[in-house]
Design a protein around this ligand. Sequence first.
Ligand code: PEP
Ligand code: MN
Length: 338
Amino acid sequence: MVVMKETATEAQINHVIERLEKAGLRAHISRGEFKTVIGVIGDREAIQNMPMEAIPGVENVIPILKPYKFVSREFRREDTVIDVNGHKIGGGTFAVIAGPCSVETQAQMSLAAKSVKAAGAAFMRGGAFKPRTSPYSFQGLKEEGLKLLAQAREETGLPIVTEILDIRDIDVIAKYADVLQIGARNMQNYVLLLEAGKTHMPVLLKRGFGSTVDELLMAAEYIVKGGSSKIILCERGIRTFETASRATLDLTAVPILKKLTHLPVVVDPSHATGKSELVPPMTLGALAVGADGVMVEVHPNPEEALCDGPQALDIQGFKDLMAKIKPIAATLGKKLST
Ligand code: PEP
Ligand code: MN
């Protein structure tokens, strides 16, 4: 990591990049409020042999020892704020992403989107390509579902978060989505991570239910390698011996991640618990431990949901949850992202 002086000029920064690239190294710029940092990937010896600190504008060179580089706090001290058409995640706000597990009908998606928007959500979710354990379960409406999401965005202005399961669908999903979701089951699908990065779109990356925090960060590093550093990490519960909830929500991962990475971290209390009654307390827990937001499943009629009904809040339940979030966020000095 090459740290440039506060006074470094654009020409000096470009000169450093040219020198690095000439030596066969890859440079990646991060512009902070005061300083520019150039991340360098490549042969350690190639940079050690360069008199970096003698180059005008360079303050110092610091090795990053962690296996992940660009997503580490060492690389970028400030929180990354991801701005999706003016809707933000990260940097001290609390963003609520809400919507049904799956897009089912025009009426369902439209009502869900309008209701979550009215209650204060900043993003909507809805799956059109569903990763189902059984091949006989509802697999999603595919492009038809994406169209219904786009229609709901037109009605509400809320950006769309939707899952991509397979690189073959990337063009069609990128055409409609604002944020690509990579689900727990695909967290280590490295080809998909690279391809998602290549779109330069924001990516919401969910932690695999058998994956460590370090593995999650390495997966995020793949997306950066692909080309996008607009990554939102999502803790969604891990598998343990406990069977009282669908997964075990690892809230400890939130402050750990906030220390290790500059990327925003959100929590999904719906898939973690599998039960709607556990969603409000775990949402408030996520807020208290410093998450940058939550992703919550909301369905106008959970009883009729084609997927994950037992964990979906109904519209009143979501309104009640938002009413609980607001005063606690205010006490913690966090603004709700709109
Ligand atoms: C989802 O959010 O729709 C989903 C399938 O979650 P996960 O990948 O965390 O199981
Ligand atoms: Mn679901």
